[in-house]
Structures are given as C-alpha cells and as structure tokens.
Design a protein around this ligand. Structure first.
Ligand SMILES: *Cc1c(COP(=O)(O)O)cnc(C)c1O
Length: 359
C-alpha cells in the first residue's frame, strides 16, 4: 500500500499544536477545530478524533458530506458547516445534528423550516457570505427572524486580512462592526459569537467565545511572513522513493517539452510522484526534494505520475531510497513560497491516491 508516494501525519504533533494554541485563548473562549477539506488534506476523521480526545468540542467543515462523515466517525460536539449547503440537505442536517451557516437572508428563507441548528454569517468586509454588517439594524432584524424559524445558536464573521499586520486597522474595523451587530441581538443570549480564524486568534484576539483554528493546527502559517508561536510545527511529511537512476550528458534534454537542457554530465533520479498526486506542476524546474538530507532540484516538467530530480552531487543514492517531498527542512509553506501560493493549497492539493499514514 505504501512505498510509491505517501504522507506521514504526526497526530501527537497536531494535539501539541492545539495545546500551545490554547494558551492564546481568552478565559471565556474555546477552540473550534476547522477540519474542512479533509482537515486540509491531513484526514478529517483521525484529526478530529484526536482533538476530541484532547478536549475539543467544536468542529467546522465546508459541506454536509464532511459533517456526516465526522458524525459517523464518532465526533460528538458541535459540527458547523461554514458555507452553503443545498436545501435538500436539510434532512441530513437534522438527522445528524449539524449546524448550518445561513449565508444570506434569501438563503434563510429558502432553507425549509426545520428542527435544525443554524448560525448567521455576518459580512464585515470580506464580501463573501453573510448579512451585511454595514446595516446592523437590518442584520438584527434578519437574525431575529432566523431565530423564530430555526434553532439559532450563534453568529460569526470572517476576518480576511488578520494575517497582515499592515492591515490592523481594517481588521479592527471588522471586529467593531461585528460587535455592533452582536450587541443588537444580545437579547437572544446566543451561545456562540465568533470572529477569529487562526491569524486573528494569534494576533487579534479580543472578542468572541470561539476561535476557529485551522491552518495553525496543522503547523502551517496563515501567510509566509508570519512567525508562529514557539513549538508549533508542521505535522505532515510527504515521501516517495527513487524508482530509477540514469546518467545524462550535454546535448540531451529532460522531460515533456524538453524544457531542461543538460549542460554537464548529470545523474537523474526518477520519482514516482506527479501532479496527479498533487505535486504541483508549477514546481517544474523550480521545486526541490530532499534525499539523504541533500537538496535535489526538480529538472524538467513534473509529469502526471512521475518527475525527475538532479542527484549528481548526492553521494550513494540508490534505487528505492526515500525521497522527502515535504518535511521539516522544506515544508508546505516553503513549497508554496516557491510557486507563489499558500501552504493551504499545497496540503489540500495532495490527492486522495496518496495514502495517509498516521504515526
Ligand atoms: C477556513 C476558515 C477558517 C480557518 O481559517 P485558518 O486561516 O485556516 O485558520 C475559519 N473560519 C472560516 C469561516 C473559514 O472559512
């Protein structure tokens, strides 16, 4: 099963990250584990179970399939769907006791009246989902309306630049707008009022009683420039092996499109991992892997299922040797920086065909 391309996930490191993050919570706050997108590619059931054992009672996902899977895996606390669910899902929401975000007033009307928990999303400036906090009275009216139709147990907003210190003013403005709406519905005594994601939980934590911890649970940064608290570390390593070794000479080229020209005698290793595994094609002629602790640059284009790396200067490489695609020395944030994206996209992109192994 393992041996071609696989991921190793350190569950204890995830729990430890959570324990460290707990130190940033205010006395009235709890952490909500954001385990959407298969826990950012790390495996939602395993991650959520471990965090539940560590005391987490709130979980967030992106859709009803994810929510139901967690329930079936024995997750007992609140499971909040952070975005839209089709109205046909209402039966499942009720059956599995799943909390649905209400993304707009119109959506609240469309969703059939049922014995389900909901939370109203509030838009404080991201312009993605939620009731418009620039009209707080309107928000309050809709929230009261939702409270009559469903079991409304909370409201939340999303802070879209909390990872950027130069945008502090905007973030504080968002929190202020949210607070204003929350105060207008204080008569409802809502159980959950929350605005903070990972970045806000670390650097703007002033308000709310839940902090939605996502990327930092996995030991990655909201933005590359960020400095995470001491001890937070990536929990995932991605490994493959050397499938073949080959010497190439000046005049030859490597891979599709002949984008790499050989200029000196070189030794190449072929690695059985490609873009269908989620190894981003933008890493062509750009990424690096580690073999025996040495960096081996990707040469030529990443293929669907394979790629070639330069092992000329690495002593004693052999068929079957382990190749580290992501690890401590070169993690998902580093890979992301190499191709102009974010660590989130790297880990979410590791395909299902790459087995997850828990250590
Ligand atoms: C994804 C998401 C989060 C988690 O964000 P991180 O940056 O990973 O902490 C929190 N809240 C909402 C609404 C989200 O969509």
């Amino acid at each position: 099963m393992f041996g071609r391309s696989w991921v190793e996930i350190d569950i204890a490191a995830c729990v430890q990250n959570y324990q460290i993050l707990k130190g940033f919570l205010l006395p009235n706050q709890e952490g909500m584990a954001v385990v959407k997108a298969n826990a950012y590619g790390h495996g939602d059931c395993r991650i959520a179970s471990a965090l539940q054992d560590a005391g987490v009672r709130n979980f967030a996902v992106s859709n009803v399939e994810e929510a139901v899977r967690l329930r079936k895996a024995g997750i007992q606390g609140q499971i909040l769907i952070l975005g839209y669910s089709p109205v046909e899902a209402v039966g499942l929401l009720q059956e599995y006791d799943i909390t649905q975000a209400i993304v707009s007033e119109a959506y609240g009307r469309l969703l059939p009246s049922a014995d389900i928990k909901v939370q109203a999303a509030i838009d404080t400036g991201m312009n993605r989902i939620g009731l418009d906090a620039d009209h707080p009275q309107e928000c309050a009216r809709v929230i009261h309306e939702l409270n009559r139709k469903f079991h409304l147990n909370g409201i939340f907003t999303h802070l879209c630049v909390a990872d950027d210190a130069s945008e502090n003013e905007f973030t504080q403005g968002q929190v202020q707008k949210f607070r204003e709406v929350a105060e207008l519905v204080s008569d409802l005594n809502l159980e959950y009022v929350h605005c903070n994601n990972s970045a806000a939980g670390l650097w703007h934590n002033t308000y709310g009683n839940l902090v939605r911890l996502g990327i930092v649970l996995y030991g990655l940064k909201p933005a590359y420039e960020n400095v995470l608290p001491e001890g937070i570390r990536p929990i995932l390593q991605w490994k493959s092996i050397i499938a073949m070794l080959k010497d190439v000479y000046p005049g030859e080229t490597v891979g599709y499109g002949r984008t790499y020209a050989v200029r000196k005698p070189m030794r190449l290793a072929t690695i059985p991992t490609g873009y269908a595994d989620g190894y981003d094609r933008r890493l062509s002629n750009r990424g690096t892997v580690l073999i025996h602790g040495y960096r081996a640059p990707v040469v030529g284009r990443v293929c669907m299922d394979q790629m070639m790396v330069d092992v000329t200067d690495i002593p004693e490489v052999d068929l079957g040797d382990e190749v580290l695609l992501l690890g401590k020395e070169y993690n998902a944030d580093d890979m992301a920086a190499d191709i102009g994206t974010i660590g989130y996209e790297i880990v979410c992109g590791i395909s299902e065909r790459v087995p997850r192994k828990y250590i």
